[in-house]
Write a protein that binds this ligand. Structure first.
Ligand SMILES: Nc1ncnc2c1ncn2[C@@H]1O[C@H](COP(=O)(O)OP(=O)(O)OP(=O)(O)O)[C@@H](O)[C@H]1O
Length: 297
């Protein structure tokens, strides 16, 4: 179990990126969803021991993460957003090198680890090719392979599917689900579908705070009865926005469908709709913005 208690991080320029984050994360895939600048990377870096929060407490099982970072690193796999430049060596050689950095000293053990990971991430057939020449999806899978060296118990994955085509994204998702059966995986993203497809539990982070936490289905159910939909002409969108709390707008066959939030039937041609996770997310983010403005004002 990963436990965060009142984790706060203020950067030297005064930006409060994390503001009293408290949550518990068990085994399986946990999704952390939030808009740009919400504090996701700051939180990931704090848990991965790359940055010490200003205050608060982080524990993983019996490990006090802030006091014993090296114990956490021994059981951590981290896949950052960007790896930077890959050297022009083969996937096999690079993984072998990373395994030796992780402390697997016996060549036979390393061979076993590297070969298993290359097969698991479906990179066996390209193991002699340079990682620098891999496609985006192959690089992401290589990233997971390196994050899995040494059987980590906690895996942190930052924005994993950005830029992947649907087939690669699907392949990557299946890989995460397979791994997630045995370990804790914390997945940070601003792509709602990634969470909806993968994560039995999730939280929404905005303005450095956890705004919402639970199972995606429960969060959707909680919004039941308050979401209304109508198909409108594009030209009337501004009017609708002025009159209602518009959560989302999307185009369908050239017309605009709006979803609005209202505790009572707004009438006027609106019909009740089961909001999806995207609606729940957008509502939460919009409300956190309003709250932040109110506080600031
Ligand atoms: N090194 C830093 N110094 C000062 N401010 C920072 C620093 N890193 C991040 N911030 C600020 O802290 C806030 C949270 O940033 P963070 O990168 O954690 O958000 P994020 O949710 O990961 O965003 P994104 O999805 O864009 O990566 C933002 O306002 C950001 O500008």
């Amino acid at each position: 179990m990963l436990n965060l208690n009142n984790v706060t991080h203020t950067y030297p320029n005064g930006t409060r990126a994390l503001d009293g984050v408290t949550m518990s994360i068990g085994k399986g895939l946990f999704g952390l969803l939030g808009p740009n600048g919400a504090g996701k990377s700051s939180l990931m870096r704090a848990i991965a021991t790359l940055q010490t929060p200003t205050s608060g407490d982080i524990r993983f099982g019996d490990i006090d993460v802030l006091a014993e970072p090296e114990r956490l690193r021994a059981v951590l796999g981290y896949l950052p957003q960007e790896f930077g430049v890959y050297p022009r060596v083969s996937a096999y050689e690079l993984l072998d090198y990373m395994a030796s950095l992780k402390g697997i000293v016996s060549a036979a053990d390393r061979r076993g680890t590297v070969e298993t990971l290359l097969v698991q991430t479906n990179l066996w057939n390209v193991r002699t090719k340079a990682v620098a020449g891999f496609s985006g999806g192959m690089k992401r899978r290589f990233g997971i392979a390196q994050a899995l060296i040494g059987n980590p118990k906690l895996i942190i994955v930052d924005e994993p599917t950005a830029g992947l085509d649907p087939e690669e994204r699907n392949r990557f998702h299946n890989l995460l689900v397979e791994i997630g059966e045995q370990v804790t995986i914390l997945l940070s993203t601003h792509i709602v579908d990634d969470i909806a497809d993968l994560c039995p539990r999730m939280a929404v982070l905005a303005n450095g705070r956890i705004q919402l936490e639970g199972a995606p289905d429960d969060l959707i159910a909680r919004s039941r009865g308050s979401m209304w939909s109508k198909t409108i002409e594009r030209e009337t969108l501004e009017e609708v926005k002025a009159a209602y709390e518009v959560v989302s707008t999307r185009l369908f066959a050239g017309r605009t469908i709006v979803h609005v939030l209202s505790a009572n039937d707004p009438g006027n041609g609106f019909s009740p709709v089961e909001g999806g996770l995207e609606d729940v997310y957008l509502t939460t983010v919009a409300r956190s913005r309003t709250a932040a403005t109110t506080v600031a004002g």
